[in-house]
Structures are given as structure tokens and as C-alpha cells.
Design a protein around this ligand. Structure first.
Ligand SMILES: NC(=O)c1ccc[n+]([C@@H]2O[C@H](COP(=O)([O-])OP(=O)(O)OC[C@H]3O[C@@H](n4cnc5c(N)ncnc54)[C@H](OP(=O)(O)O)[C@@H]3O)[C@@H](O)[C@H]2O)c1
Length: 340
């Protein structure tokens, strides 16, 4: 049994991690932490856990984390992980970080988008980008996993087969993304209130969202040349789920059937990526509360435009489910444990 802790356990992704880990047969949840001053039973904070665990959530301290855990999930806001990871790594704990702090390879890019200098180059070099479908073998040996962002997961999985095969123009990619509000964490601001959201739909941070450099970095690796991506996120009036419509310009004369075949082959054997039959679109209702990313394909043949639809639950395949998928690889459990 591995002893596992969560720092940031009172947040949205922390809550999902608790739910998934409580049904995992090879791990024991031994430590929950957040910012609160006095410990409180997690079942009082989240009553759905009454009868499932007596564990208390307490203020994070390094001593307690090291004493209680073999592996720690950090479900902390961006830039906070940066001060916690080096301490945990120095005490030889394995870490899965859900923030962006160890995802961006270039420190200048990190500083530009997250407004803080990267102060932990040693661990940045050791970290592995936690997208199992692309980096499975490296994740198995990792001591620090940078769990991907929610928007980037859907975008990368949606583009990977055609970019890797070199049959689309890497300089001409448009990602039209929509997310439910839990993507922003448990913020209590006017923008996220029911009165503002209900019956509404809006875009935000067009070509200026902090996930753009992460998408850029990973798509560039796949294409083996610098990509040109326009990333436009929108806020859906629903609590969870991400749907991205991605437009890619074909450079090879391929039928939609051939492209579909390419996607099916690329994801053959992958439990958590489901390529839809032609003519069917993914839907949030089919992926929410699951660790699946569903991908649908269409083509405007006259303009050689490939249209990819990619959908996932932002809190599961886009965060906590994928983090557990990574943990399974790191501890040698079957990859799907507690996720189906
Ligand atoms: N939400 C998503 O869909 C999603 C998807 C992918 C990745 N992520 C990333 O995952 C991370 C967590 O996101 P979230 O949505 O779960 O955020 P959240 O709901 O805002 O929760 C953040 C948690 O971090 C805790 N915290 C903040 N500062 C802390 C500190 N110094 N020490 C200990 N705990 C601290 C908070 O404690 P209190 O409860 O005490 O305030 C809270 O429990 C973020 O980096 C986010 O970008 C989120």
C-alpha cells in the first residue's frame, strides 16, 4: 500500500482526487492539507465522504507531509507549487503537481505568462509532462510529474495524430475552446456567480490565455517544427466539461476516412481516448464524470479543412483523473485502476 497525500484538498481538483483515491485498492489516503488553521474532518467539508474516511484536513506542513506520505498530489494554485515542490523532492517524496509550475520548459516563457521567475530549475529538468498517451514510459520512471492543463489535454490529444504524421500545416491551427466554470477553481467572484453565468455565453482571454504556451510547446514537439496556434477560450454556463473545436489545414490529399483510420490507429489500445465513428460528435454528457477524452472528426474537403472535436471532463481527464492515471504508472498499478 502506498501512502498518498493531497495538498490543496479543499479545492475542486482536490475533492475529485479524494473521491477517486478512496476507491483505489493499492493506495491509502493518509494526508490532506489546505490553508485552514484548525484541522477539520474532510467529511465535514465535503459531506459526500461521511462514512468513507475519518481523515482530517489540516494546515500544510512539510514535517507532516513527509511523515505521512510516499507520494503527494499538489492541487495548489499556479506559483504556489514552486515553493513546495523543492522541499518535498529534497525529502525524496514522489510528486504529481496539478499546477502549471513544472509544465513549461522555457523559464522566460513561464515568467511571461505566470508573472513569476522560475526558481527551481533542478526539478524543472527532472519533471515529466504527464500525458500518458504520449509519455507513458517516461512517466513510469518519473519522480515529479507535471500534470497537464485541462485545455491543453483536449487540444493535444485532438491534434496529436495528424501533427505527428505531418499531414496538416503546423503553422495554421485554430482552437475554439469552451469550458465549464469549475475550470477556474473555487473562486467566489461576480464573474462566476449564477446570475452572471446562467443563460450567458462569452469568450475571454482570446489569444492571451496562459494555456496557450503549454499547447504551443507540446504541439511543437509533436510536429517537430514551430507551430502557429490561435487559442480562443469561452466560458459555458455549466459547472464542468471542456469542448474544443479544432481547425487544421490538410497538406496531404487524404479523405476523411483515411484521417479517421489514422486517429484509430494512433489511439489503438488507449483506454481513455475514444475516437467516435464518422458522423458522430462528442458530447459533454458522454465524458463528464469520466476519465475519457472523446474525439470526433469532420472535413470540409473543398477547403482541405480538418475539423476535430475533442471533449473531456476538465476536473477528471483534464486534472484529477489524469493525475491518478499518472500515479498508477508511477507505482506500477494497472493504468485504469480506480478510473473506470
Ligand atoms: N479546476 C480545473 O478544472 C483544473 C484543471 C486542471 C488543472 N487545474 C490546476 O489545478 C490546481 C488546483 O486547481 P483547483 O481548481 O482545484 O483550485 P481551487 O479550487 O482554487 O483550490 C485550490 C486549493 O489550494 C489550497 N491552497 C492555496 N494556497 C495554499 C497554500 N499556500 N498551502 C496549502 N494549500 C493552499 C486552497 O486551500 P483552501 O481551501 O484552504 O483555500 C484550495 O484547497 C491549479 O493549479 C489549477 O490551475 C485545475
Amino acid at each position: 500500500m502506498k501512502r498518498v497525500g493531497i495538498v490543496g484538498a479543499r479545492g475542486y481538483t482536490g475533492r475529485e482526487l479524494i473521491r477517486i483515491l478512496l476507491k483505489h485498492p493499492a493506495v491509502r489516503l493518509t494526508y490532506l492539507a489546505a490553508t485552514l488553521d484548525d484541522p477539520q474532518p474532510i467529511s465535514r467539508i465535503f459531506p459526500e465522504f461521511v462514512g468513507q474516511t475519518d481523515l482530517a484536513c489540516e494546515k500544510f506542513t512539510l514535517t507532516r507531509a513527509v511523515k505521512q506520505c510516499d507520494l503527494v498530489f499538489l492541487a495548489l494554485p499556479h506559483t504556489v507549487s514552486l515553493s513546495v515542490v523543492p522541499k518535498l523532492m529534497a525529502r525524496r517524496l514522489k510528486v504529481i503537481d496539478l499546477s502549471a509550475d513544472y509544465r513549461i520548459r522555457n523559464c522566460g516563457t513561464y515568467e511571461r505568462w505566470y508573472h513569476k521567475a522560475h526558481t527551481d530549475l533542478l526539478n524543472l529538468k527532472r519533471s515529466v509532462y504527464g500525458l500518458p498517451e504520449l509519455y507513458r514510459e517516461r512517466i513510469k520512471k518519473a519522480v515529479l510529474v507535471a500534470n497537464p492543463g485541462c485545455y491543453p489535454t483536449a487540444a493535444i490529444l485532438g491534434c496529436a495524430p495528424v501533427l505527428a504524421a505531418g499531414c496538416v500545416d503546423p503553422k495554421d491551427i485554430v482552437i475554439d475552446a469552451k469550458s465549464g466554470v469549475s475550470g477556474a477553481g473555487k473562486k467566489a467572484t461576480l464573474d462566476y456567480s449564477l446570475a452572471e453565468l446562467e443563460g450567458n455565453f462569452k469568450g475571454y482571454k482570446f489569444a492571451a490565455h496562459q494555456h496557450a504556451p503549454e499547447i504551443d510547446q507540446e504541439l511543437t514537439k509533436l510536429a517537430a517544427s514551430k507551430v502557429g496556434v490561435v487559442f480562443c477560450p469561452h466560458l459555458l454556463p455549466v459547472s464542468r466539461g471542456i469542448f474544443e473545436t479544432i481547425y487544421l489545414r490538410m497538406t496531404k490529399n487524404m479523405s476523411l476516412e483515411k484521417v479517421h483510420d489514422l486517429y484509430r490507429k494512433f489511439y489503438k489500445g488507449e483506454t481513455f481516448v475514444r475516437v467516435k465513428p464518422l458522423g458522430e460528435s462528442p458530447e459533454l454528457k458522454h465524458v463528464n464524470q469520466t476519465n475519457y477524452c472523446d474525439i470526433g472528426l469532420a472535413m470540409d474537403a473543398s477547403r482541405r479543412l480538418l475539423i476535430v472535436a475533442s471533449a473531456e471532463d476538465n476536473l477528471i481527464k483534464g486534472a484529477s483523473g489524469q493525475a491518478v492515471q499518472n500515479m498508477n504508472l508511477m507505482i506500477g498499478s494497472p493504468e485504469t485502476t480506480a478510473l473506470l
